[in-house]
Write a protein that binds this ligand. Structure first.
Ligand code: GLA
Length: 409
């Protein structure tokens, strides 16, 4: 009991640490699109030319995607020139952005979209060695906010000699804050150095896992950062309650982007999107939205799953049952809950069941209405005892919204 009370106090403490500088992009769990790993092997074929970004923005701001309230276009390690300007400012690659960044901000703004830019807290960016922001936090904060950028992702490479991560990310955060511009600070610290404790007070979005790669499982022994980079590995990592304890408005643990496609089975894509919504994680889509299959569009366009991401209670999701037939729950505003039944087996389909008693109060002994958030229909009414999702495919899942009807006597 004492341990439970201590844990709840810790969660409450983290919630109160959330960093609200008025940035509207972080008032709710963010939704956006990023250049990184957009249907490619991360960094190789980035859609990062002005004309491509115009086309992406047009697609995101036209029906049906415009109905989903995506608000961010984030340019990762692709936009900047290899050199600072003569006076020391970051500048865009002129071949990619001949009209400059403010023109792109304006193009996006006309479509209700905001621009985010990547930089690095260290001396050089991670993959391409472009100029980092170390020694230039104030200057870069001014340049980027003057351009109208509304989100900064700050990476964590080449940081030797800068002190502890909470110190240099803190310095960058304070420099951004000193501009007076409400801007989102997105730290990319891979779940290291106890970012769970300091991330929420310095940044609104903080990476809590290593880089997501377009595989289900990618866990090389001895790799740094540790923990595995496949979608299945990330799901396992997010089951650790301390990783997601800081979730609150203006404080979002970030498991990295969603792929909705490349190298995924359809079942895997559904599972990925279900979990990101269940966690109220940022949904930063790495997909060429100009050329989506009907299936991809139906995943991204699942407004019932997206409503779980934006549920106003913003409750932490909890894994109730680990193993090959997993059960997760997230309480929702008004008393309903979302549950995910997940088959983590690699090759076999299996039934995955829930007994309401496993969910604790108020579900034990209840009769329950169940809505399938992927079939978009009610699948059980006044159901006692529990329910089974039949033959869930390998790496597949069911996502249900459950409502309490009454307690059986
Ligand atoms: C790191 C980050 C990625 C991406 C690349 C770019 O690996 O974790 O998200 O930004 O750098 O180089």
């Amino acid at each position: 009991m004492a341990v439970l009370i201590a844990f709840l106090l810790f969660c409450g403490m983290l919630r109160s640490m959330a960093y609200d500088n008025g940035a509207s992009l972080a008032a709710r769990p963010p939704r956006g699109w990023s250049t990184w790993c957009t249907d490619d092997i991360c960094g190789l074929l980035d859609l990062c030319f002005e004309a491509e970004l115009h086309a992406i923005a047009d697609a995101i701001s036209s029906p049906p995607l415009s109905l989903l309230s995506f608000s961010l276009i984030l340019l990762d390690d692709c936009w900047s020139s290899v050199n600072r300007s003569a006076s020391g400012e970051l500048q865009p690659d002129p071949a990619r952005f001949p009209s400059g960044i403010p023109a792109l901000v304006s193009y996006l703004g006309d479509r209700n979209l905001s621009l985010g830019l990547y930089t690095c807290a260290g001396t050089k960016t991670c993959k391409y060695g472009r100029p980092g922001s170390a020694g230039h936090y104030e200057r870069d904060a001014k340049t980027l906010t003057d351009w109208g950028v509304k989100w900064i992702k700050s990476d964590n490479c080449n940081t030797g000699g800068l002190g502890e991560p909470h110190e240099y990310f803190g310095n960058f955060s304070r420099a951004l804050n000193a501009t007076g511009v409400p801007i989102v600070f997105h730290s990319c610290e891979w779940g290291l150095d106890n970012v769970f404790s300091w991330g929420p007070s310095l940044t609104q979005v903080y990476r809590v896992r290593p880089d997501h790669l377009p595989f289900w499982s990618f866990n090389v022994p001895g790799a740094y950062p540790p923990g595995g980079q496949g979608t299945g590995d990330i799901i396992e990592g997010m089951a650790n309650a301390s990783v997601t304890a800081g979730l609150a408005p203006y404080a979002y643990p970030d498991p990295d982007f969603v792929m909705t496609g490349l190298f995924q089975t359809e079942a895997e894509s559904v599972t990925e999107f279900s979990f990101w919504c269940l966690w109220s994680a940022p949904i930063i889509v790495a997909t060429d939205v100009r050329n989506m299959s009907a299936f991809k569009a139906s995943v991204l366009g699942n407004t019932e799953a997206l409503a779980i991401q934006w549920d106003p209670l913003l409750a932490q999701a909890r894994r109730v049952r680990a193993g090959t037939a997993q059960l997760w729950i997230k309480p929702l505003q008004g008393g309903d809950a979302a549950i995910v039944l997940y088959n983590s087996m690699d090759f076999e389909a299996q039934n995955v069941s829930v007994a309401w008693a496993e969910l604790g109060q108020p579900w034990a002994g209840a009769s329950v209405n169940v809505r399938d958030l992927w079939a978009h229909k009610a699948i059980a009414t006044n159901q006692a005892g529990g329910l089974t999702a039949p033959l869930v495919p390998p790496h597949g899942s069911a996502m249900w919204r459950i409502s309490l009807v009454g307690i059986l006597s």
